[in-house]
Design a protein around this ligand. Sequence first.
Ligand code: ADP
Length: 570
Amino acid sequence: MVINKVIRWGLLSASLIAILTLTAMNVYMLYDVRDTLIQGEQKKQIALLDEVVLNVRRTIYRPYRGFNTLELEPIEGSIEERGQFPEQVREKIVQVAKSPVFSGVYYTPAKIDPCTEGSQIYVLDRETSLLNLTNQYPKNLCDGVGLVRTKARIELNNFDYRWNTNTEFDAHRSMNIGFINLHENSVIGYLTATIDRDYLINEVITPEIQQYFDSSKTKSVVWLHDWANDVVLATNNNQIPFQIEEVQQRVDFGRMFENWNLKIAFLDNASVSLYHATFTKNIMVLGFSVASLLGALFYIFYTAQKERSILQQQADFLANVTHELKTPLAVMQAAGENIADGRVTQPNRLKEYGSHIYQESVRLNKMIEMLLDVARSDYGTTLIHASPHNLHLLVKNIIQQQRPLAKKKGHSIDYSYDTDEALVLVDPDHIKVILTNLIDNAVKYSNGPSTIDLQLSATTEGFNVHVKDQGIGIPRSHIKNIFKKFYRVEDSLSAKTKGHGLGLSIVQGLMELNKGNVTVKSEWQKGSTFTLFFPEYHVHPTEINNLTQKDGMALTSNRETSSIASETIV
Ligand code: ADP
């Protein structure tokens, strides 16, 4: 027995641990997959940002392709003699001027300082592709040329130049190239291409961002942010305002546009949100499976426990019944023996013994009836002989039979009704068992003499019969159990009162069989009211005729006639 218990509990705990471990592992795995997916997706998006930067760089640098291999020394002579670049250099510079990213192309010979106002430098006429002298040039040329000049000065003093150009960006304003005479290690002049900032932002960077981060496909937001001035210059999604806390990654443009960088906030993207949907479904299915599995386990366990407790109850019941059966038998045996032996001869003693034998045989009979009822209802073999009856008359008759029995124990029974036309389809024998059980209980569970109230009332759908007592009542926690077989409330009065906890279970079973139901309201130490509900029976007109012809009587509202009619129909 103990071993069985240990095995049962052991297996249950092992299964529980296995289920929970499996579930935890699965959930962990799902989270892990999600994280990997998110990380992979984020890496992909950072690579796209890098690509945007690369494309922008390409757009700026592409026109300068081939500059490194140009023969630049002849520039000085050409400019001095003809005021123009040598042909092969001019071709390349025209190529720069054609790029819409640059708003203008200027050439400053090394000996001229563009920072001195009114200096004469060259500007490339985009239409004729010729250099013209001008003193009208953007002020920032001074900065751009200055940058290259400073750098070239430092580097020329320290190294031998290997490249014939030296490029410097003046932030996002201009791109400056120093032309170097590699033989003399000196600067020839400076080519400055001023950047069309609006074009760069609106026509280059914005389309790039929008193409790579199409807001209809991704929820990630990308901003081109000028951090020095804290302004957003371009974005793929105008609906979402820039918030520095949301930024998860940034990519620089490097030396080219020092103040600018691309910032990204990874909001849910398509594949991650797709995964989220699957993830939620997975979790739900998993949760459901685990819940059903646990439910099944607990159910099996619960039912096993319950079966055990029912078996226990039945064993108790059998012991109880055997004892109860033996008691009247022992009394009858002893009384019978005494009479048979001729030991009791006085007439009054004989009467007393006879009455003992009679009472005990009645008790025995009652108990056997009850056991049979229980057995029948357990096997579902209780038969019902239902026919239309006037409930009022049935109740009245039963009360008349029960009154003297109750009176013997000091109780009176009151009956009131608000209708005497309560037509119901029932088995009258069942109604008798039901009401007798309830009245019996009302008597048993009352401390002293009291009045038991029976009341018949009509409802919209049928009729109620209330059986109200002023007895000990039923504690709230027990109410839900009292209709169960063998259930008895454990209090001192119930302990003293004979019973097996079967009466109410029989009442409930019979009420169901008669298409009604039984409910109870009770207050501890104040009393209980059991309510029986019967659905109304509606007689079909043809049925009335049949009944009338067959029985020669009508189901009328008249109390007397309905009483006769009811008895006749039965
Ligand atoms: P029995 O009366 O044989 O014990 P029942 O099934 O008729 O079995 O009742 C079950 C239990 O419900 C009783 O043991 C008793 O504790 C409680 N009970 C039933 N009717 C009443 C009542 N009218 N007042 C108080 N307790 C009641």
